[in-house]
Design a protein around this ligand. Structure first.
Ligand SMILES: Cc1ncc(COP(=O)(O)O)c(C=O)c1O
Length: 348
């Protein structure tokens, strides 16, 4: 279409996981949390005075920055708050990668990364993960003169974390900004946050969508050296996080015990399910997240369709290297017992 920028007309666009309407499916396709948000979030919602919505929200989400600073042991000015971490990633592209410049990203990884590069008119520099889906030792060399390197730790959709020394080497050797997407880090018990105070070029992002059960709220948190945050603040929408989201995010962040207990329960269910699937003869990748990446005995697209027919929606990616796998979000123990029974019938 001639009205549209060439880069947009030529791109396919990101396809989010299905949000089924009117069909009773157990949703195991977008790594949402099966447990409700913290009771403190419900309480803050009840107490929320809607008359304040007359006024714009705090531009930099000051109260969320302060709560994040307390939780992560950093300074408030080291945080950028976004409308989900997808918003933060968009801000990163617009801040660090000019049109025609290079964006490096791990592959296979979060499928939004290349799409963001296309939106920005950037040149894409995929860095292939190793056979075990870890960053290669020479990742910085492969990324070359890219301005920004995006990768997830633990990785999505494979679930495994690249060893910390490999990440550290990338941070040391890469000349651009290294963006460590820690959307799933609360399930892994490990983090790269300390790198933010050791390297001038490192950003670590978190989200309330997974471990805090707040995917529908849309709240992402990036932590970086203050100098990088200053520049990204110039790029974001003036009021990118609304008043209600800021209030509820603070309530959620202040209830660390609730979040951690839910992560523990989910990891317990995940490890139980992984053991069962292995004993059925599936290949299950090691996971430090709230999902499993599984290669069934039968072709993955067949299993995907069969599971849907039995009421379980999982995620299938028709992409190189991962088209033989299914990504299964961990629900409650009860959900996963039902899932296992359905799976067993299909993958004999
Ligand atoms: C690796 C990774 N990063 C970021 C996101 C997006 O998170 P948010 O809901 O904060 O935009 C996801 C969502 O699935 C993800 O898997």
């Amino acid at each position: 279409m001639s009205f549209v920028r060439k880069a947009i007309a030529e791109m396919a666009g990101y396809v989010p996981g299905e949000q089924p309407k009117g069909v009773p499916l157990v949703k195991l396709n977008t790594n949402e949390n099966p447990y409700p948000p913290s009771p403190k979030v419900f309480e803050a919602l009840r107490e929320f005075d809607a008359s304040c919505l007359r006024l714009y929200s705090s531009p930099a989400s000051d109260a969320v920055r302060e709560a994040a600073a307390e939780v992560y042991g950093m300074k408030p000015e080291q945080f950028l708050i976004g409308n989900g971490s997808d918003d933060l990633l968009t801000i990163a592209l617009r801040t660090f990668v000019g049109e025609g410049e290079r964006l490096a990203f791990a592959e296979p990884s979060y499928s939004l990364y290349p799409v963001l590069g296309e939106l920005q008119g950037a040149q894409k520099r995929p860095v292939p993960l190793t056979e075990n889906f870890e960053l290669p030792d020479n990742a910085a060399e492969l990324a070359g003169d890219a301005k920004l390197f995006l990768f997830a730790r633990p990785n999505a959709p494979t679930g495994n974390p690249t060893p910390l020394p490999v990440v550290e080497k990338l941070c040391r050797e890469f000349a651009g900004v290294v963006w460590i997407d820690e959307a799933y880090a609360d399930f892994s018990g490990e983090s790269c946050l300390s790198f933010v105070n050791r390297f001038p070029n490192v950003v670590v992002s978190r989200t309330l969508s997974k471990s805090y059960s707040l995917a529908g709220l849309r709240l992402g948190i990036a932590c970086a050296p203050g100098a990088l945050i200053q520049e990204m603040l110039k790029v974001k929408d003036s009021y990118n996080v609304d008043r209600l989201a800021q209030t509820l995010a603070v309530a959620a962040l202040r209830d660390q015990a609730y979040m951690k207990e839910n992560c523990r329960r989910i990891c317990e269910t995940r490890d139980w399910l992984a053991g069962k699937l292995v004993s059925l003869g599936c290949k299950v990748l090691p996971s430090a997240t709230n999902f499993l990446f599984v290669q069934p005995k039968h072709p993955a697209p067949e299993l995907f369709a069969g599971l849907r027919g039995k009421g379980y929606l999982v995620r299938y990616f028709a992409l190189p290297r991962i088209d033989q796998y299914l990504r299964i979000t961990i629900g409650t123990r009860e959900d996963m017992e039902g899932f296992l029974a359905a799976f067993q019938e299909l993958d004999q």
